[in-house]
Write a protein that binds this ligand. Structure first.
Ligand SMILES: C[S@@+](CC[C@H](N)C(=O)[O-])C[C@H]1O[C@@H](n2cnc3c(N)ncnc32)[C@H](O)[C@@H]1O
Length: 199
């Protein structure tokens, strides 16, 4: 096993990560952010790693949070992003201060998904949105990915889109499945008007 959150693995591959990974889908993320009920000025990229997904987004002020120092260094040095060390299950962020949170290709690595979703809900302002991009373990390619990650000794735990929507609801967010497939997008909107237009 690589250990909790597969962090040692990500520390080791950080210098290669952006070379081997395809770019993140900015379109899928934008469709998720469209569900917000407030303007998105501050965005927290949880498990944001090297900032690969952040690089596909134009507009908001983005802060990356991750536990891998190797990945955080890439986000800072290669992309000039503010990058903060922190566990998704205990975010170093005050209540209700961000307009959106995204968790891209990272949820399945998190050791405590319930805590991470609860934390995302806590830091969102009313009307803010959590956007999760993940892989469906019920899709044939998702099953193959799950088997491959386990063969690599990763502790990955995948969840199907409808089950994730139920988990977002349990975290106090209003969920929707935005797109389905091998890679899918699920969002959760924090209840509240969010009509103050931000701070
Ligand atoms: C596959 S990478 C995805 C990175 C980025 N979101 C992207 O799309 O390129 C998964 C990331 O989750 C991070 N991670 C694992 N456990 C974590 C935890 N408990 N809290 C925060 N980040 C974590 C890893 O360090 C790694 O950078």
């Amino acid at each position: 096993m690589h250990g909790v959150g597969d962090v040692r693995f990500f520390d080791r591959i950080a210098p290669l990560y952006d070379r081997v990974m395809p770019p993140a889908s900015g379109e899928a993320l934008a469709a998720g952010f469209d569900r917000a009920e407030r303007p998105i000025r501050r965005l927290l990229d949880v498990g944001g790693g090297s900032g690969r997904a952040a690089a596909s987004i134009v507009g908001p002020e983005i802060t990356v949070v991750d536990v891998s120092f190797g990945m955080l260094a890439r986000a800072r040095e290669q992309r000039g992003l503010p990058a903060v060390a922190g566990d998704a299950g205990r975010l170093p962020v005050c209540d209700g201060v961000v307009d959106a949170v995204m968790i891209v290709d990272a949820l399945h690595h998190l050791p405590d998904r319930t805590a991470a979703l609860g934390e995302a809900a806590r830091v969102l302002a009313p009307g803010g949105v959590l956007v999760v991009r993940e892989f469906d373990p019920e899709h044939p390619l998702g099953r193959a990915l799950e088997a491959a990650e386990h063969a690599f000794g990763m502790g990955s735990s995948f969840v199907a889109p409808d089950a994730l929507a139920d988990e977002l609801s349990a975290a106090g967010l209003s969920p929707a499945v935005v797109d389905r497939g091998f890679g899918y997008t699920v969002v959760g909107v924090k209840p509240g008007t969010g009509m103050d237009g931000g701070r």
